[in-house]
Every structure is written in C-alpha cells, then in structure tokens.
Design a binder for this molecule. Structure first.
Ligand code: A3D
Length: 322
C-alpha cells in the first residue's frame, strides 16, 4: 500500500513541529509549503536528516506556495499559514491578514487536493476555517478546525495538576469559539469517569479553585504568548492537530472537540463552532449534541455571537463570501 501523504501549509513554528511529529510517528510522506520556500525546504531537509537517527521512513520535501502542485493527492492538509499573535494582540486582530491567506490556500487545496481531510489551525480559528471551507469548496465534513483539542488539553493539564493525578485519567471538554468566550464544561470533565463537581463535593478541590482553572483555560493561549514574547504556542497545537489527523487516517472514530460546520445542531446554522464530534474515515462523521444547562447555554450563545461577528467581518472584507 502506498504511503499516506500529509501536506502542511505553513512551515512556521506549528508547521515545523507537525512535520517532526508526523515523521517520527511515520504517518506518511510530508510536504511542507510556505511563502518562505527556504524555510519549508530547510525544515524538511533537517527532519529528513534526523530520520536515520529516529529510525523511521518517510519522504520529506518543501516547496513554495507560488506553486501548489507538490500537495497533489494529499490525504490530509493541515493549514497554519498566516501570522500568529504578538503580545497585546487578540486572535481577532489577525483577521484581515489571514483571510487573504485562506483565499490562496483554499484555492490551492481545491485545485490539487480536493479529496483531502483539511484541518485549519490559523487564527481567528472559527472564522478562518469557515472561510477556508468557502474558498476551497470541499464538503463541509472534510474541513475542520483545531482548537477544542488544545483548549481541552490545557484544561486537562490544569485539572491533573490540581488533583495530583495522571493526565491520562483526566478528560475535559471545552466548547464554543476559540477565544476568550470559549466554554470549558466542568460538568462534562472527569477524573477516571468521576465528574469534577463530585470531586469538589468530596473535598478534592474547591469551587473557587475550579473557577480559577476555568479562567486560566480561557486565557491559556495568551499566557504562552506573554511568556514567549514572540509568537504563540506551537507544541500543544501541533500535538492536537496530529491527534485529529490520526483519528481520520486510522478511522479511529475518536470523539474530539473540533470546530465543525453546524447546520442546525445546537441551534446554530452555517457556522463553524467548537463542539464534540466523531472523527473517522468520513471526516467529521457525527456531532454529539450534548445537553447544556441554562448557564452553559448562555455562555455557548455568547461564544457563538462572537464567532458570528467574525464571520460578518470576513464577509465585509471579501464580498465574494457574502
Ligand atoms: P508562524 O511561525 O509565523 O508560521 C506561519 C507561517 O505561515 C510562516 O512561516 C509564514 O511564512 C507562512 N505564511 C504566511 N503567509 C502565507 C501564505 N500566503 N501561504 C503560505 N504560507 C504563508 O506561526 P505559527 O506556526 O506559530 O502559527 C500559525 C497560525 O496558527 C497563526 O495564525 C496562529 O495564530 C495560529 N494558532 C492557532 C492556535 C489554535 O488553537 C487555533 C494555536 C496556536 C496558533
């Protein structure tokens, strides 16, 4: 059987990390594409030269987005092309620049990889994945956004630290848009199946500490931006997108929080928002429409409104999207 092909559009901090993980995990051949051709080729060559040491076989190459033909026939495309935040910037400040990038990337994918499963990471995520889907014209189930896996991983790590238990035994859910309005769902977060509210009742933590963890989850991206001083998180975002790609490539049918196209689910139409979804060989196969209590619904609606504003801004900037 021929190897799978993974196209990484954007060879910056996340793109390079994705290439490294994909090669180490032997997910398939890797093509790194960037405006900066030297960066894409240099990172591909550097990882290829590491492969005899880590002992895995895959072909790594780099190319310029002047010519998208190297992504031809890709099984998975992961898009990080664009600019990241600088300290003091919100994700939404990136909209104008990254919308133009989504247009060229979407057209490249449409022409050369129309059967790929596409994972968008570029911010502001929920609006960019929506625009990327529009520009590419791919089926909605084959274009998803990565944010919820990352936000939930941050939430899980904070919970594991608080309870002093293995990260493996903590599950957590973050829904909604990938911004300050995201909705970390304590009620659906567990330690080995025990809901977090029960952990509070058993005295393992307090409501105040949980509230602080929820706040820290919401501003988790900003915390890293401040610490790095230049650029944003890349290890955890890359790991999160790889988990989504593996679920698709291996038809694992994992239930992951992803930005997916909603057509009436949760009362939302023609928008991408983070919700739990089954990812398998059919792409985004089935949305899990969990029930929300009144407070959670209010937070979710607030988050959806924020995404709506961003989609409207995209349509205002590029009338072809209206
Ligand atoms: P960075 O290291 O700057 O890499 C971006 C790359 O995109 C650079 O190498 C650019 O040269 C390249 N690029 C710019 N324009 C184009 C174009 N038109 N075509 C192809 N390549 C282009 O950034 P990064 O890797 O740290 O982050 C990438 C994106 O992911 C940013 O928009 C971040 O805000 C976003 N991000 C999202 C999350 C989520 O959870 C959703 C987390 C972290 C970062």
């Amino acid at each position: 059987m021929a190897r799978k092909k993974i196209a990484l559009i954007g060879a910056g901090m996340i793109g390079g990390t994705l290439a490294h993980i994909a090669a180490r995990e032997e997910l398939g051949d890797v093509v790194l594409m960037d405006l900066a051709e030297g960066t894409a080729k240099g990172k591909a060559l550097d990882i290829a030269e590491a492969s005899p040491v880590f002992g895995k076989d895959s072909h790594l190459s780099g190319g310029s987005v002047e010519d998208y033909s190297p992504i031809k026939g890709a099984d998975v495309c992961i898009v990080t092309a664009g600019v990241p935040r600088k300290p003091g910037m919100s994700r939404d400040d990136l909209l104008g620049i990254n919308l133009k990038v989504m247009k060229s990337v979407g057209e490249g994918i449409k022409k050369f990889a129309p059967n790929a499963f596409v994972i968008c990471i570029t911010n502001p995520l929920d609006a960019m994945v929506w625009a990327l889907r529009e520009f590419s014209g791919l089926p909605h189930n084959m274009v998803v956004g990565m944010a919820g896996v990352l936000d939930s991983a941050r939430f899980r790590w904070f919970l594991a630290e608080e309870f002093k238990v293995s990260v493996e035994d903590v599950t957590a859910f973050v829904m909604g848009g990938h911004g300050d309005t995201m909705v970390p769902l304590t009620r659906y977060s567990t330690v080995a199946g025990i809901p977090v509210p029960d952990m509070i009742a058993m005295g393992w933590t307090t409501q105040e500490k949980m509230d602080a963890i929820v706040d820290r989850t919401r501003s988790g991206g900003g915390e890293i931006v401040q610490l790095l001083g230049n650029g944003s998180a890349f290890y955890a975002p890359a790991e999160s997108a790889i988990a989504m790609a593996k679920s698709y490539l291996n038809d694992k049918k994992r239930v992951l929080p992803c930005a997916v196209h909603l057509s009436g689910e949760f009362g939302v139409k023609d928008m991408y928002v983070g919700v739990p979804v089954v990812i398998g060989a059919g792409g985004a196969e089935k949305i899990v429409e969990i029930s929300l209590n009144a407070d959670e619904q209010t937070m979710f609606d607030h988050s959806v409104d924020a995404v709506k504003g961003l989609v409207k801004a995209c349509k205002d900037i590029d009338p072809s999207l209206a």
